[in-house]
Design a protein around this ligand. Sequence first.
Ligand code: NGQ
Ligand code: ZN
Length: 461
Amino acid sequence: MTHQLFATDALLPTGWARNVLIEWDGAGRITQVTPGSIAPAGVARAPGPLLPGMPNLHSHAFQRAFVGLTEYRGQAEDSFWSWRNLMYRFAARITPQALEAIATWLYVEMLEAGYTSVCEFHYVHHDQGGTPYADDATLSLALLRAAQNAGMGITLLPVLYQTSGFGAKPPRADQARFIRSTDNMLSLLERLAPVAQAQRAGLGLAPHSLRAVPPDSLMAAAQGLAALNPQAPIHIHIAEQTQEVQDCVAWSGQRPVQWLLDHAPVDERWCLVHATHMTPQEYADAARTGAVAGICPTTEANLGDGIFDMPLWLQHGGCWGVGSDSHACVNAAEELLMLEYGQRLTLRQRNVLATPAQPEVATAMTLQALQGGAQAAGRAIAGLAVGQQADLVALDAQHVALRDLPAHSMLSAHVFGSHRTSAIDSVWVAGQRRIASGRHALHDAAADAFVAARSATVAPD
Ligand code: NGQ
Ligand code: ZN
């Protein structure tokens, strides 16, 4: 059966087009995109500009539950590392039920905010004592169920975590829930593969970082994954903090990105999350591999990481996408805003990420983040084109912030306007409408379950 949607303005991979008829099949795959059409009688019409759904390329779902609870000074100089100690305390308390409730609400929020797919970088594997659950895949399955419940597209990336620092330092006690051997990880992936396939989820692997995965394990895991699926995505945290760059140099004589490029088969399957601290040579070499730079602007700001040099990355032809990571903010538009503002503040310029083809910054960023996000997800979610999944976001052209503006300015107003109410009206994932009039059908129930799960998780011992 064919489904149709007509949009007066739609953002196609090549830019804005008028009077676009989009058609998709029963599996939610786009079969036709026809600009310059005449709306068929009775066809469903988008209530405003139609955008491609944005992939969120980096999420640790459980972290949504303690937003607001680490924003106080705990020592003379707080840092990423002091935040991490607090974060581990929450990670230690998560139960399977709480994780499912937190992730379900998070994915509802994401859908309402314009994300249609998420890469879940999932590392809390075992029970609170660090013992595997009777079903070793318990927490992975909780995340897949949450995505299924919310109707969110997902690429699950179970995380390999083995050490607490470079040079195979043994894990800390508060990392016990994360630890798996490489063989055990590959068995988990085999166990998850049919489940993921049944819900059309992607499945890949995330070696957590060079701090957490020794070289032998990294190579064995990458080989094992390729044997299961040669196209499967591989995501890694790479150079987020200057401390880890220094530690990597002390260990190997090389910086993390340089080390990774010299020792691992980095290519288009890879997503380098927080490649924040690179030399100009590393920018050039990493971009050339075709790997995606995973940028998490609001989390990187929240954690005091640093600013990615996007003009330099683009100059070398690098691709990129955005993630909401710790979920200090869950809003695709605000991630783009923060990214552009970081560049403006650094360079003291305006409209830094505009391109000659797309002078409107919000349009240029949306299309680029879409391509990189889809590549990192390893799924056919690269926008309004035949063969891609019908992941669609319709803005509300009657929203006061948008009304009577040209379509491309509506997207700019949406991204740069920070309105009190969202200008997103409808969202479809694989052709199924999940958001109508700005709301998900599970909004209230999922919010209540989230609040209960948060209270149970953050309650003092
Ligand atoms: C994470 N988050 O895995 O949740 C990490 C903190 C680490 C970010 N890197 C843990 N933003 O890097 O050791
Ligand atoms: Zn992360």
